[in-house]
Design a protein around this ligand. Sequence first.
Ligand SMILES: Nc1nc2c(c(=O)[nH]1)N[C@H]1C(S)=C(S)[C@@H](COP(=O)(O)OP(=O)(O)OC[C@H]3O[C@@H](n4cnc5c(=O)[nH]c(N)nc54)[C@H](O)[C@@H]3O)O[C@H]1N2
Ligand SMILES: Nc1nc2c(c(=O)[nH]1)N[C@H]1C(S)=C(S)[C@@H](COP(=O)(O)OP(=O)(O)OC[C@H]3O[C@@H](n4cnc5c(=O)[nH]c(N)nc54)[C@H](O)[C@@H]3O)O[C@H]1N2
Ligand SMILES: [Mo]
Length: 760
Amino acid sequence: MPDKQDLNAALGPAGGWGSVKSLTKQFGNAVSGPVTATIMRNQNKPGGFACVSCAWAKPAKPHPFEFCENGAKATLWELTDARADAAFFDRHPLCELLTWSDHDLERAGRLTVPLRIDPDADRLVPSTWDEAFADIGRAMRALSDDPQSAIFYASGRASLEASYMWQLMARLYGSSNLPDSANMCHESTSIGLKESVGTPVGSVRLEDFELTDCIFAVGQNVGSNSPRMMHPLQQARQRGVPVIVINPMRERGWEEFVNPQNPVQMMTQRATKMSSLYLQPLPGGDIAALAGIAKAVFERSDAAEVIDRDFITEHTHGFDGYADWIKQQSWDELERESGLTRGQMQDAGDIFARSNRVISIYGMGITQHRLGVQAVQMLMNLLLVGGHIGRPGAGICPVRGHSNVQGQRTVGVSSRPEQVPLDRIGARYGFAPSQEEGYDIADGCEGIVSGRVKAMLMLGGNVLRAVPDTVPVETAWKTLDVTVNVATKLNRTHLIAGKCAWVLPCLGRIENDVQATGKQVVTMEDSTARVHASHGQKAPAAPDLMSEPAIIARLAREILQPNPHVDWDAWAGDYALVRAEIEAIWPDVFRDYETRKDEPGGFSKPLPSRERKWETKTGLANFILPDALDATYAGHDEGVFRLMTLRSNDQFNTTVYGYNDRFRGVKGARDILFMGPDDMARLSLKLGDRVEVETVADDGRDRRLGPLQVVEHPLPKGAVGAYFPEANVLMPLHHQAKGSKTPAYKAIPVRIVPVQAAGA
Ligand SMILES: Nc1nc2c(c(=O)[nH]1)N[C@H]1C(S)=C(S)[C@@H](COP(=O)(O)OP(=O)(O)OC[C@H]3O[C@@H](n4cnc5c(=O)[nH]c(N)nc54)[C@H](O)[C@@H]3O)O[C@H]1N2
Ligand SMILES: Nc1nc2c(c(=O)[nH]1)N[C@H]1C(S)=C(S)[C@@H](COP(=O)(O)OP(=O)(O)OC[C@H]3O[C@@H](n4cnc5c(=O)[nH]c(N)nc54)[C@H](O)[C@@H]3O)O[C@H]1N2
Ligand SMILES: [Mo]
């Protein structure tokens, strides 16, 4: 439930006492309880567990407390004492739960028993594991003539071991539909960087932050979404490294930070200023902004020294075309499309020109646009101009989302055949994996709406809240033959039932996972491509919970023909056997996996782009030109706003911990529309006024959300912001990035309609 509302609360620095208060307010004494304290001390440590929140790197020499406010929230949320058990489902019929908010559903606590969803009886019916597997087995075998009608979705939290088993189960079933949460997030990175530099992930490692002399931070909200990253950034700032932020919102984490783990800073409250230049482009204005910065560099009198000619000649392709294109762009147009001034772009260009080791950090502000792939490539182009890749202290740093989302892809969770060594997998298990391109999540949703998709099996996540066009997708979902969710906590996706509909409760990563051969360890890969082990710390939330690998093994046995090369039960009894399989398929990446997984900070996956090995079609790093300067194609119609869908500081994706967004001054509310002062004046709106938001699309569908309360935020003219997942009713399915199909969640074209107050 929301607290008392305050839409205009005072802003403190990121971190600081605010983060301590925020935790104690939501979780009370649980924060300082002895069990929790011990568990938290083991977060992101050798022998401890990997945080279940973001994917930021875990240092080899961690801080005494290598966790942050939001990591702590994620831990406490998973370790809650509340249980959504059989008695809970006895008290709350399905029709009632369908009216609950995201926050209230998950707050019910950890799931404890397998649940069959029975809309006719209006119940989630507690059942046995045997019933669950038998029923799912029957339903999936009935579809086995048309295996491509089944989708196996993975939300990026499950371990490398579980993820490997998941994709193998799908492929042995005959499906190549393995969408993951990355489809909604860094798919633009996977496609964009692959084409540009041949390596589809970031090139920097943690140690590069100690050497860098300039950081660009584009479209990423570090203070809320990867707070542990504040430590290396703060250290860089204290060394005097300039940080150029490009973001339409003014995010506190990029303004000021008090390290809650630094007693002196906490006592003196002397905050570190986190950015040296803060540019606020229009949503989707980054291509133009980055072109402007490059133009400013090319126009400098010392351009010849700044441009790394040797690197360009030896390592790149397409520089002349890029340089010509940049020169052709007029400042007027760059200003109009970016929403920045020429002077601002020149300031950024000046800092770039003075720097020898530039890191570019970026996130959803870049990837979730119609030209998101090209925006990633524009960022890469700029780095290539100065040779800022494969040099210590320099490189590209996409900040990944879920704690193992990058790793899931590494071990074969992908619908794109070119991303997976299907030949090796086929040879090892004696079958022919489908070579067809499978559905990604956007196509999958279209397949559900059209009736082509018949089964959705989900390893974590909350698909029906995370995807676009939630209303029509939810309606069509009910016609599916099979809906199976493997989950820790209840969410709305679980409530919408296909004909055979189950929720299978699993262990969380922080819990002890004991199997036939004893206590198991799992592994994940972070944003900097380091693979490390995670050890459970606490007794399971309920006696009957199964682990994800054990659930997958049982499912596989039910839905697949036996395969003499795969002993699912043995794998579920000893995850080291799964790691041996992974090592056999990717011997270079996972060499000596079993030993190296326990090294402090983990072991590094090879990153060819870091070594200036370009695995591209040209064999070189490519300068790639965008189709347009405006990544949204929205144009500049006065009445049409670009709606960015945002995360608050109190949520992890669709998991809503609370109703505060303290870095943006909002307390007790999520029905918010952030708007700039000029636009508020133009529409005669003031703080707290209510508006409806409607999508501008020519597909004949009516999409609206509201009433929302207007909150002033220093946004550029024409930009507004609202919270995801609530705003997903406004997102058309077809509004997606060219090349990656990442939904263009950061610029939904909308109109804003003031709601007349009663009696007005
Ligand atoms: N606590 C917490 N941590 C998380 C998550 C969470 O929900 N909560 N989610 C996890 C996941 S799955 C992911 S993918 C990451 C997401 O982390 P981020 O990449 O930070 O994603 P968002 O918060 O969606 O948006 C990022 C920023 O983009 C800016 N932005 C919006 N549009 C534009 C634009 O057009 N240009 C530019 N330059 N900026 C723009 C917004 O103002 C916002 O500051 O975080 C992960 N970590
Ligand atoms: N409008 C808009 N929409 C967006 C975005 C946006 O910025 N704007 N961001 C997109 C992005 S970046 C992402 S990644 C997606 C997120 O999409 P998803 O990954 O599908 O969603 P989550 O909210 O992370 O999933 C939360 C659920 O995961 C389950 N869960 C938690 N821990 C575990 C576990 O250990 N095991 C299992 N099996 N289940 C677990 C719980 O049941 C919980 O309710 O949303 C996307 N949607
Ligand atoms: Mo994500």
